[in-house]
Design a protein around this ligand. Sequence first.
Ligand SMILES: NC(=O)c1ccc[n+]([C@@H]2O[C@H](COP(=O)([O-])OP(=O)(O)OC[C@H]3O[C@@H](n4cnc5c(N)ncnc54)[C@H](O)[C@@H]3O)[C@@H](O)[C@H]2O)c1
Length: 260
Amino acid sequence: MHFAGLKAIGEAVTIPLAYYDANVAGTLQLIQAMNAADVRRLVFSSSATIYGNPDYLPLDENHPTRAINPYGRTKLMVEEMLADIAAADPTWRIAILRYFNPVGAHESGLIGDNPNGAPNNLMPYISHVAAGLLPELAVFGDDYPTPDGTGVRDYIHVVDLASGHLAALEAITAGALPISTWNLGTGIGYSVLDMVRTFSEVNNVAVPYRIAKRRLGDVASYYASPDKARDELGWSASRNLADMCSSVWRFERLMRQRNA
Ligand SMILES: NC(=O)c1ccc[n+]([C@@H]2O[C@H](COP(=O)([O-])OP(=O)(O)OC[C@H]3O[C@@H](n4cnc5c(N)ncnc54)[C@H](O)[C@@H]3O)[C@@H](O)[C@H]2O)c1
């Protein structure tokens, strides 16, 4: 399972060379090493960002791919490289997993996401605001064509994401296809304000926020069709938004207690 890589979209715009090096050249070297060792089974972390601005929703695996930033281009290049490799040598067994928005922490509260500095992603940002580490959340735009005007995304619990990887690994091991692609998402879209409210209610904490201007490049709504993964892998996400929010807060509190 190949997770290694750089993943911040904003950073990729400013240091693209580092992204092409880590994500594209890094994967190329991994494939060469695997080939040399006669290991030809790979699960690759791709991203839903490769669909670009949606032509339609929900996004299924047949939606056109069109990366719109350097990070997305690195993922798309790797997907195309893997397709060529699988076509040339059908003994490969490759799963390309297009993640939507992974959030949440392990139920134990011992494994979670603790980014250095100000978080790039919404959920860790909300959690840092709730913990008082940041004063407030800026909600980028409340005039999108969505039910409450804020951006809608498909958040998936990391433990569901993990079980999706195991299902994919089993499927490529048992299957005859050299390469397959699956979305890993829930198919449900939640808005930024849904996230803030649910986090507040489930954990009984305040999450101060203010409405800010739209951010360049953000789209109104982005969510998966999880049908192909359900049909072919027998996998679907089972954890809901409340589970995502409570696990993150448990991790945040335990981590602060340990570090106190
Ligand atoms: N988290 C998300 O929202 C998300 C969404 C879609 C896809 N992905 C992809 O999933 C994968 C894992 O994401 P994550 O959220 O766990 O990221 P992360 O940043 O927490 O973990 C990535 C790891 O890769 C390591 N790494 C980076 N460059 C490397 C290199 N050249 N050689 C060896 N190790 C290197 C980093 O040190 C880090 O430990 C990434 O490939 C990412 O692009 C993540």
